[in-house]
Design a protein. Sequence first.
Length: 200
Amino acid sequence: MMRLTDGRAWLLALTGALFVGVVVIVASITRHGGESRTAGQPTTATADAAHSPWKGRLPDPCATLPQLTLTRLQLEASSGAAQNQNDGSQIRNCTLFASGGQTWTSLVSYSTTSFDEAQRIAEDPTRYVTRATMALGHPAFRSTPRAAERATTECTITAGTVFGTVAYRVWDESSPSADAVCAKATELAVAFYPSVRRGR
């Protein structure tokens, strides 16, 4: 058997170490869907966990709404402080007040709750009527309360974001049906969702 010189042995050892390192890096990237992440960088909210690591750093929803869109829809925005929820998630709201004789109000909510977890909660048949919607070009769902007194006057469109979920909720006491109030919620979602960081 040919005996390796010290130089060749060292070169083979280095090559083997580099190969192992590449395999580890590729495996890590594959597990994260092709994304590379640095230490301390919040990950996207996925089905891997009920809540994302963005608690304490949720952006202000009002700050992300384009002023031109607010003006076009005749809306005034009012920011709210972040609120911790009993389930460990955090939520931050932006209240939208309609002007020009409109009778509805709306809430844009950013939450650290993951999309899959939000959908699981909304699919409780005792509390909500929920169905999928592709109006945003991304997975989303609309939900209306099961309670008869709110079934036609409240609707929420929920979609995924880099920090968890965003919900567009509309209340309209003059709404004649669930489809009517959901059409307004969908209009808001279509107008504002493009300005939200989605991550994936």
